[in-house]
Ligand binder design. Structure first.
Ligand code: 13P
Ligand code: SF4
Length: 301
């Protein structure tokens, strides 16, 4: 039996849904029931009526699934699938920051641990961060964490004064404005799209045509009539883009933009995860209850 067929059989046998992020390797995306960005997958996890949610993504995504749908067994196929950005702030650091700004509203990006989410008022993803911040009353001070590039983008879009945590994603931060300028020169006429975590999303805003979440980028890719599109994010997303729109040439801004965390999981890990029910992700119930309030605001927006 092929690996793909084994995974399909195990999903049925275990009453499992397989969720995959847009950065997963092609074979995992192709085997998944749903592929998408953090917001889409959070909603799919929350709505799932299956006994098991196997999350081919990174740990904070699996934790979010567990918090939003606590009676399900949530599996992460490899425990090394963490997130460099989520590691840039701890709950203790956030508590200390809050103490310096009493009364401030805390907006935490979904790329954070469950303990950090438990300290936040709102969670957001790259696709609804602007909307969430816009809803906060004008007179409130805002602490935004942990990604400074996303935070800066939201600040410019909303015109709100926000304090930004100085964290970044090791993969996106190194995508620089100079690279965008070079790519523009090499491919005149190409559209340029970027994820807001990119280092190039601030300095060269004028050089980028659209700043979008990963699903926003996939939708753009599907609909564009541009002959070439330069894509400034993790290269795993190119698989979906090329499949959805074979008429356009999709080029990575930087072929080296590979997230080592997202690439921990292959289809063999997914099979073993389903066969052995590993690795089960649990969140301490008190932490989960506090994190759920901010996550429910995220999925509702
Ligand atoms: P999206 O929510 O846009 O998929 O982003 C998640 C992520 O980890 C980007 O690095
Ligand atoms: Fe985290 Fe960056 Fe990887 Fe996204 S690309 S999962 S933010 S390390």
């Amino acid at each position: 039996m092929s690996l793909e067929a084994e995974v399909a059989r195990l999903k049925d046998e275990q009453d499992a849904v397989l969720l995959a992020h847009n950065y997963q390797v092609p074979e995992v995306q192709d085997a998944a029931d749903f592929v998408g960005d953090s917001l889409y997958l959070s909603r799919k996890a929350m709505e799932s009526d299956r006994s098991v949610i196997c999350f081919a993504g990174v740990r904070f995504m699996a934790e979010t699934a567990k918090i939003l749908n606590p009676t399900r067994t949530v599996l992460l196929p490899d425990l090394k699938a963490g997130c460099g950005l989520a590691d840039s702030i701890t709950a203790d650091q956030l508590r200390a920051w809050k103490a310096e700004h009493p009364g401030a509203v805390v907006v935490a990006y979904i790329n954070t641990s469950a303990e950090v989410k438990a300290e936040a008022d709102y969670c957001c993803t790259s696709s609804n961060a602007v909307k969430i911040v816009s809803q906060i009353p004008e007179d409130r001070e805002i602490l935004f964490l942990p990604d400074m590039f996303l935070g800066d983008y939201v600040k410019r879009k909303t015109g709100r004064r926000m304090h930004l945590w100085v964290g970044d994603c090791p993969v996106h931060a190194k995508l620089r404005p100079e690279e965008i300028a070079q790519a523009r020169k090499a491919h005149p006429g190409a559209a340029v799209i970027a994820h807001p975590e990119c280092g190039c999303s601030t300095g060269a805003l004028g050089e980028v045509d659209h700043i979008l979440s990963t699903d926003g980028m996939v939708r753009f890719a599907e609909e564009t009539t541009s002959p070439q599109v330069i894509v400034a994010t993790e290269v795993g997303i190119l698989h979906r883009m090329r499949r959805l729109n074979p008429r356009t040439e999709f080029l990575a801004l930087n072929e080296g933009a590979i997230c080592p965390y997202m690439k921990q999981i292959d289809l063999t890990d997914v099979r073993e995860s389903l066969a052995q029910r590993r690795f089960v992700i649990d969140v301490e119930p008190g932490t989960a209850a506090r994190a759920r309030r901010s996550l429910e605001r995220m999925v509702a927006t």
